[in-house]
Each structure stands twice: as structure tokens, then as C-alpha cells.
Design a protein around this ligand. Sequence first.
Ligand SMILES: O=c1ccn([C@@H]2O[C@H](COP(=O)(O)O)[C@@H](O)[C@H]2O)c(=O)[nH]1
Length: 246
Amino acid sequence: MTSAPIAVALDAPDLETAARWATLVTPHVSTVKVGLELYLRYGPDVIASVRGASRVQVFLDLKLHDIPATVRGAARAVARLKPAYLTVHAAGGAAMIREAVEAAPATTIAAVTVLTSLGDADLAALGIAGPAPDAVRRLAVLAVEAGAQALVCSPQEAAAVRAEVGPGITLITPGVRPAGAAVQDQARVATPEEALAAGADLLVIGRPITGAPDPGAAAAAIATALRRTSVDGPAGTSAETSAETP
Ligand SMILES: O=c1ccn([C@@H]2O[C@H](COP(=O)(O)O)[C@@H](O)[C@H]2O)c(=O)[nH]1
């Protein structure tokens, strides 16, 4: 059986926990994601620890955002770790994105459009012209024109972004919540089934899996639901806006 197009966000406070989660979920998902919390604490060694002996892809979510020369150096520094994906912020601009793409030729550079934790009011407060779907589309086009091979957006914008950038770009969607799950600090969310139906290629899911009593079982359940969606069409409905943790 092929593994589900899910990147489990290993946002753990320590390496042992992250490695345990990775071991539990990798039979069911294609990818594990290392973010700022783990990478800043443990550095490059974390990649080998979560990769283990499996063939799981590693997604390095560092959201680089700096002047082009600095991002070039940073992308070159992590390219030797051979992550499948590396994130940069699209708002860093075209020249910055181009440098990342050139510096890490064996890695898919994924441009983060508008963080899924931001809503329209946040964009207005930041002075960014919204609503969010418009800002996402603008940044998506800029990033793809600069050479980004993947885009990070919410599942709510995936269909519109796909229509804008065409089939060759990998769409990665955080802000995924199974129906009824707590939304927590995410603002623009949809269920795994909705994300897949909207055209997402890789669903980033963290706490709904890692916060479950059995992360392996939680990952397996979502993977099964996605497989069913691929066969039968979408079934899951919108996540609720609960403030509780899972
Ligand atoms: O716009 C973005 C970009 C990245 N993320 C990252 O995805 C996961 C989501 O975790 P959950 O626990 O499922 O909320 C997390 O690592 C973020 O850093 C994002 O949420 N939104």
C-alpha cells in the first residue's frame, strides 16, 4: 500500500519524542516535517534521527526570509542534508526565492504564501492587501515566476491557487483539521478530505496526530479516510472552531 500524502509536523520539545512520533507515523505517511523548534534546538542531527532507517521524506520547514545572499548561504548549508522540501517565505521576494532554488538544486523549494494562522484582520493590521485568498494568489504567482516548485497555502485557497499556477506545482497545505478537531492557532482550515478534493498534493498535519493518545493510529485513520476520498469522492465536512486542544 502506498503511504498517504501527509507530512506529519514533528513539533516536539525533544528529540526522543520527535523520533518516537516519526517511528509511529512513518508506516502510514509519505513525509515527516522538521520545523524551527526541533531544528534550532538540535541542528542538522535531527534529520537523521527522524529519518531513521525508513524511506520517509523529510520536509525542512525553516521558512527562510532574509536578503538574497543570506538565504542563498542558508539554503546551501542545509542542502547537504538532502531534505525533500525546504520552505522560504514568498514575501522575501523573487530574488531571494531564486537564490534558494539555485543553492539547493536537489531539494524542492516551497514558498510559504500567507501563514495559515493569519486571517483577514491580521492581514489588514499588517498592511497587506487582502482578503487572504487574493494575497495568497499574488504571492503564489510571484514565487512560481521566481522558480519555486512548491507553494504552501491553506486548503481554502488550494483550488484557486491551482487554477492560477497550473498542474506542475506541488501544493502543500497546513491548516488541516479532521472534522470536529480543535482549530487551535490556525485561522484558515479545512478537513483532510476537503484539502485533497481542493487539489492539495501534501497535507501538513501536526497536533491532530501528535496530540492523539496513539499518533500511529491517528495517522492511519486519516490516511484511510484520504484513500476513501480518492475512491469515493469527498465526504468530510468543515472542522469546527473549537478552542480546546485534542
Ligand atoms: O502557513 C503555514 C506554514 C507552516 N505551518 C506549519 O505547519 C504545522 C501545522 O501544525 P498543526 O499542529 O497541524 O497546526 C506547524 O509545524 C506549522 O509551523 C503552518 O501551520 N502554516
